[in-house]
Design a protein around this ligand. Sequence first.
Ligand SMILES: NC(=O)c1ccc[n+]([C@@H]2O[C@H](COP(=O)([O-])OP(=O)(O)OC[C@H]3O[C@@H](n4cnc5c(N)ncnc54)[C@H](OP(=O)(O)O)[C@@H]3O)[C@@H](O)[C@H]2O)c1
Length: 343
Amino acid sequence: MSTRTDTTTLPTATREIQLASRPHGRPLPENFRLAGTELPVLQDGQILVRNLFMSVDPYMRGRMNDVKSYSAPFSLDAALDGGAVGEVIASRSADRQVGDAVVHSLGWREHAVLDAGATTPARTDLAPAPAFLGALGMTGLTAYAGLLKVAGFKAGEVVFVSGAAGAVGSLVGQIAKALGASRVIGSAGSPEKVARLLELGFDAAFDYHDGPVAGQLAAAAGDRGIDVYFDNVGGEHLEAALSALTVGGRVAMCGAISQYNSTEPTPAPRNLMQAIGKQLTLKGFLVSGYWQHMPEFVETMSGWLADGTVRYDETIVDGLENAPQAFMDLLDGANTGKMLVRL
Ligand SMILES: NC(=O)c1ccc[n+]([C@@H]2O[C@H](COP(=O)([O-])OP(=O)(O)OC[C@H]3O[C@@H](n4cnc5c(N)ncnc54)[C@H](OP(=O)(O)O)[C@@H]3O)[C@@H](O)[C@H]2O)c1
């Protein structure tokens, strides 16, 4: 047990971002509120964490709606939550010591009081702490499990990934290359992102603003087509991929960010019927269903990071007060790699 003896230096209050109102369509600054709040007194088994980085993630947009979903909606006038990494600054648990780096789910605030058991150690011997919100955390596992366990990728196959310059997508492409993909194609939203994908080892990449996705994908894939589509975007991208997939192709349905701000039902892919003739498999997944692969994933990915097989980008915004803007910018594509807020 390592409670700090000099408690006079420990904070008794902190700042947090609350949901002030529910967005309709695109989130706006007025949907968020920066608030001060008292910190509860530590109970047995609890720790006080100074958050160093917090994650903003596309799934949080869904939680801002008051609808039943796989993840409970955020409450109005209460702090948002989400992935964070920080340093333990007081502990009433034998399991976490002052100075430990921990990952937990009470982001959107500068300090968090929580049960030690609700945190996992950040293995900073493997990578800097923020990597545990990205390449070595939930984001990385999503890429790894989606490609290998959901889509059943095999060496020699052609992979297409959308949102390819983002946190998940950039890892998907590099993992596929590391494991012997014959061709990896990525789509992203700017010429700079396309250039970055080629630097990261993608064989082909295109900007989806440059013309219909179907035509650009067909040109990149050639007659061979694609075997696996890792879908981060939905909509036009999914429709284009269905046309480009070969017989027996698989789609890992990871996200549909092109539709997260939609206020009306969005059309289904008009060519869904192709799934029959080509005997395609379309499988939606949540990373939470693949958590048991985390140890295997961390071991494999940390090796790839160490030898340079996989590289990751981070877009870092400073200050809790800028977290709402960072989240809005994420939905607008301002990030390359993982979008993080340094607190
Ligand atoms: N199933 C799961 O368990 C799970 C877990 C984690 C993430 N996800 C999903 O995976 C996807 C990627 O998440 P991430 O954390 O890695 O975020 P990210 O890709 O780092 O950031 C989101 C990106 O989406 C792109 N985007 C925004 N609007 C778009 C549109 N209309 N069309 C195409 N691209 C658009 C933007 O890049 P551009 O500049 O390229 O447009 C933006 O940078 C999201 O759909 C997310 O919901 C799912």
